[in-house]
Design a protein around this ligand. Structure first.
Ligand SMILES: *[C@@H]1O[C@H](CO)[C@@H](O)[C@H](O)[C@H]1NC(C)=O
Ligand SMILES: *[C@@H]1O[C@H](CO)[C@@H](O)[C@H](O)[C@H]1NC(C)=O
Ligand SMILES: *[C@@H]1O[C@H](CO)[C@@H](O)[C@H](O)[C@H]1NC(C)=O
Ligand SMILES: *[C@@H]1O[C@H](CO)[C@@H](O)[C@H](O)[C@H]1NC(C)=O
Ligand SMILES: *[C@@H]1O[C@H](CO)[C@@H](O)[C@H](O)[C@H]1NC(C)=O
Ligand SMILES: *[C@@H]1O[C@H](CO)[C@@H](O)[C@H](O)[C@H]1NC(C)=O
Ligand SMILES: *[C@@H]1O[C@H](CO)[C@@H](O)[C@H](O)[C@H]1NC(C)=O
Ligand SMILES: *[C@@H]1O[C@H](CO)[C@@H](O)[C@H](O)[C@H]1NC(C)=O
Ligand SMILES: *[C@@H]1O[C@H](CO)[C@@H](O)[C@H](O)[C@H]1NC(C)=O
Ligand SMILES: *[C@@H]1O[C@H](CO)[C@@H](O)[C@H](O)[C@H]1NC(C)=O
Length: 812
């Protein structure tokens, strides 16, 4: 009857809770069978050294009997876990690792006299929850009234040390005082992970995390942010309904030890808990806290995040609706993978334009069946039928809205056409007045520098920062302390705009500190640009900015530290080059292409990097590449943009149209990517000189080899023979496609990503590339060096600024 109550009280709760209730129904039956649950209240709340607990010797219950911990007997289910649940509501709030189920009948939880807390059972290896480095005998494991199961060391002076706690390993339920965030002392992250399907405990698609930078809660779906709570103001998150927040007090901790979020219930009512369902909903038993299931990528309602990669066939208003009944035909395809849950099926159906409905395949909620080309017309309602999720459009029901959308679309198209026409005209005209404009621009720039006082720009900027774009402001003394006063031993290298130092924060976190030199070309504009750009960007192949520091004339950027330096450090050195075998190099190429694709296409802002080169590709401890140095990146809104200020970039990586006309587009980055790709394959610098009978640069050399069908000769001898010739050839082919003279001929980053993985995606042959012949000055230095250059010779790898008079081309 209690269960019936629960179903009636929380109808929306039903879905998420069903599996827990099933387990607990059985658990309650057991309780009833023992005729009373009262003896539970008299139970111990702790284990002392030598104590054991099994499904017969009962349970531990917290002092006020709010929560109990037990090992349910195998009568209930084959796979069992150590479980903490509420006494009266019967909600599971914590289980031991779901990937390591135990055999309920034989399982024993014990705390032994060496301080080892473990679960042993007939099946499998013992699960060690905690094992101290040295045996300790003065320990105690206690289930607290918060629901936290803690193991403590008791000192003779009456104080305790926390050794282990269940709150460090949350499952899919957040209860008061349980934390989300990160513990800097241990590096441990606290996050909730939804289950794969409602009958399973296995981790699924969604995670709920606390983002210290930006101070907000986020939900990720398979790693991709799909929902954000918005910033916390006056104890309220913008995108969480008022009803769900009224009785909560949030606690945000942000110090050297941790960055965390937790909440408490502000009145004496039973604890509120947030339960995270497999569909991405968070409910608190009365209503919803967050609905990531409504985030389809086209909307921003209720905290949803917009995505760039929505399939063309999906429209605003498209949602999957649950239906019960039958389709009168079966044109289906199947995804039998049992690691797919509801939301993975949904995501797959959403991105396949043929798919218009889906359902789960197995009764435990895993696997998918997709229905192709069916609509509501092909379906008959039947309450005894199967559950389906059918794609419907919420907006088609409102004909009025539709009409206005149409009118809006037509008007917008017309406007766009007019704009494009005007731009075309302007561009045409521009060509003629190009030289004139350039001179004017120089003058404008000088005037600007003369009149725009630095301090006023600084003030604007500080205001911007205070508005809060999620960055941490470090103070100068702490940066000094972290880098040993910018000591030469800490210097990592010289970036385009100043030296970069390694630093260690008091939390032990390693950082890279970029100190912009006062004389550097990177003015306040670039500084601000880099800051605002990069903190919007989150991708595993982009370096993460942590914060900045401004002190009088000092401008400092603080990044995550990359332990393996930059790509050029390995590439152009005979011995270090051997550390990068072909597999690693290919992985690096793929990583860079993914990072660039994100910049060009999927990030909220579309970005052109403009200074892609080996020294701007940093490598983390697993040799994953991360693109850095966004000082010159630009957000673009049109296909190609002509630079209004100045041309900056690095010789050897700049595309011809950018170098000569200052026109840059995503295709300029593609060009630089192509150069970089050839450098990675060959281990040689683009500006070196490699021809036998005439001075050819790397591109020209590659082209000649390619024409002669000898492109494998390009491969860096450091790689040895252990490479896949087909893969290498594909890379060279792609590289040559990227460095073609005309921007329009070059592939886009998404073409490149698919060509890298799929041979058949390469459809065209490269044209003769741009910048064919090497430059004389450099060739004298390098021609004798052969394959790789000594790492101490640093040539032509720094960022330069080109003014109209210094453009110096030998071939085009
Ligand atoms: C609590 O455990 C101790 C031994 O660990 C036992 O002697 C005592 O009877 C237990 N108390 C209850 C109420 O079960
Ligand atoms: C406690 O358990 C650990 C791990 O199983 C074992 O190595 C140790 O000997 C045990 N200590 C005692 C006193 O039984
Ligand atoms: C616990 O360890 C201390 C020393 O570490 C020892 O003096 C004491 O006798 C031990 N107590 C038990 C019950 O083993
Ligand atoms: C109590 O003793 C432990 C270890 O013996 C020590 O680490 C801790 O600082 C002591 N606490 C106090 C308040 O003296
Ligand atoms: C909740 O927070 C407010 C403001 O921080 C505080 O005044 C109030 O006492 C808190 N309530 C409880 C129950 O902790
Ligand atoms: C099944 O779908 C395919 C397209 O995926 C279509 O070509 C075919 O005609 C459909 N079959 C039936 C029976 O509708
Ligand atoms: C099932 O999907 C997972 C995640 O997408 C993948 O890692 C795994 O290889 C797939 N298994 C099979 C048999 O395809
Ligand atoms: C969709 O259907 C078309 C034929 O109607 C077929 O060519 C295509 O491969 C299908 N796409 C997917 C992803 O199933
Ligand atoms: C779900 O059911 C399928 C088919 O019965 C089974 O292969 C799979 O192991 C089950 N998944 C889990 C996590 O139990
Ligand atoms: C689905 O319904 C549409 C509209 O009534 C109809 O044209 C189509 O033939 C139906 N498809 C099937 C496979 O029955």
């Amino acid at each position: 009857m209690t269960l019936l109550h629960m179903f009636l009280l929380f109808p929306c709760f039903k879905h998420a809770m069903r599996h827990k209730l099933q387990k607990l129904l059985a658990f309650m039956c057991l309780c009833l069978w023992w005729s009373t649950c009262i003896h539970v209240e008299a139970a111990n709340d702790s284990l002392n050294p030598g104590d054991t607990l099994n499904s017969d010797t009962g349970t531990l219950c917290s002092k006020k009997s709010k929560y109990c911990l037990d090992l349910p007997s195998s009568n209930v289910d084959d796979n069992q876990y150590l479980v903490v649940s509420t006494v009266n509501k019967n909600i599971v709030v914590w289980t031991s690792d779901v990937n390591q189920p135990v055999h309920g009948d034989s399982a024993v939880l014990s705390l032994n006299r060496s301080g080892v807390l473990k679960i042993e059972s007939e099946r499998g290896k013992p699960i060690i929850l905690y094992s101290p480095p040295q045996p300790i005998n003065n320990t105690k494991a206690t289930l607290l009234d918060t629901g936290n199961f803690v193991l403590q060391q008791l000192h003779p002076n009456g104080t305790n040390t926390l050794l282990w706690q269940s709150f460090d390993y949350p499952i899919d339920t957040l209860i008061p005082t349980m934390k989300l965030g990160v513990n800097h002392k241990t590096g441990h992250h606290w996050l909730l992970v939804s289950s794969l399907a409602n009958t399973l405990g296995t981790p699924g698609a969604f995670s709920l995390e606390w983002k210290p930078v930006g101070q907000e809660l986020i939900i990720r779906r398979r790693g991709k942010v799909c929902w954000k709570s918005g910033k916390l103001r006056n104890n309220r998150f913008e995108h969480i309904p008022e009803d769900a927040q009224r009785r909560l007090n949030y606690t945000i901790v942000s110090n050297g030890d941790e960055n965390s979020f937790s909440f408490i219930t502000t009145n004496e009512e039973p604890d509120i808990m947030w339960i995270f369902s497999e569909t991405g909903q968070i409910s608190d038993g009365k209503g919803y806290v967050a609905r990531a299931d409504l985030c389809y990528g086209y909307n921003t309602d209720g905290g949803c995040q917009r995505w760039q990669d929505i399939p063309k066939c999906r429209n605003p208003g498209d949602v999957f609706q649950k239906k019960t009944g039958y389709f009168n035909y079966q044109n289906t395809s199947i995804e039998g993978n049992i690691s797919y849950g509801y939301s993975d099926c949904e995501a797959n159906c959403w991105s396949n334009c043929n798919c218009t409905a889906f359902r789960e395949m197995y009764s435990n909620g895993t696997g998918c069946i997709f229905f192709h080309w069916i609509s509501a017309d092909n379906y008959t309602f039947d309450s005894t039928g199967e559950n389906f999720y059918l794609l419907v459009n919420m907006l088609t029901n409102h004909k009025g809205t539709r009409k206005w959308i149409w009118i809006g679309a037509v008007a917008a198209t017309a406007l766009l056409a007019i704009c494009l026409f005007t731009i075309c005209l302007a561009l045409k005209k521009r060509k003629f007045v190009f030289q004139e404009k350039k001179r004017q621009r120089m003058v404008m720039k000088m005037v600007h520098l003369a009149t725009c006082s630095r301090s006023s720009a600084m003030e604007d900027f500080e205001v911007d920062l205070k508005k809060g774009n999620g960055l941490k402001l470090f103070n100068y003394t702490s940066v000094m302390a972290a880098t040993n006063g910018f000591s030469p031993e800490n210097k990592l290298g010289q970036g385009g705009f100043g030296p970069v130092y390694k630093g260690i924060l008091p939390t032990g976190q390693e950082i890279a500190v970029k100190r912009l030199s006062k004389t550097s070309g990177q003015g306040i504009v670039e500084f601000k640009n880099e800051l605002t750009l990069i903190c919007e960007l989150q991708h595993m192949n982009l370096v993460q900015l942590l914060g900045c520091c401004i002190d009088e004339e000092e401008r400092i950027l603080i990044y995550e530290y990359m332990s393996n330096k930059s790509l050029d450090f390995y590439l152009f050195d005979c011995t270090r080059g051997k550390l990068l075998d072909w597999k690693k190099r290919f992985k690096i190429i793929e990583g860079i292409s993914q990072g660039l694709l994100y910049l060009h296409k999927y990030s909220r802002l579309k970005i052109i990097h403009r200074d892609l080169k080996g020294s701007n590709i940093l490598l983390d401890e697993n040799m994953n590449p991360k693109i850095s140095d966004f000082g010159m990146a630009r957000i673009f809104t049109q296909e190609s943009v002509s630079n209004t200020n100045r041309i900056v970039g690095t010789h050897g990586y700049m595309s011809p149209e950018y170098m000569m006309e200052g026109v840059f587009s995503t295709k300029s980055d593609v060009y630089s990517f192509g150069v970089l790709l050839l450098e990675i394959v060959s281990g040689r610098r683009s500006l070196g000189c490699y021809g036998v009978d005439r001075p050819l640069n790397l591109i020209g050399h590659t082209w000649e080899l390619w024409k002669d069908g000898a492109s494998l000769e390009l491969v860096d001898p450091s790689i040895n023979k252990s490479f896949d010739p087909e893969e290498v050839q594909r890379c060279i082919h792609i590289g040559l496609l990227c460095v073609q003279h005309y921007a329009d001929d070059r592939p886009t980053m998404s073409d490149i990503v698919s060509m890298l993985t799929n041979k058949s995606a390469i459809v065209s042959l490269p044209e003769r590339p741009a910048f064919y012949v090497g430059r004389k000055i450099i060739h004298d230095e390098l021609s004798s060096k052969g394959f790789c250059t000594d790492s101490t010779i640093e040539i032509a790898a720094s960022t330069v600024e080109i003014t109209s008079s210094t453009i110096d081309m030998t071939d085009s």
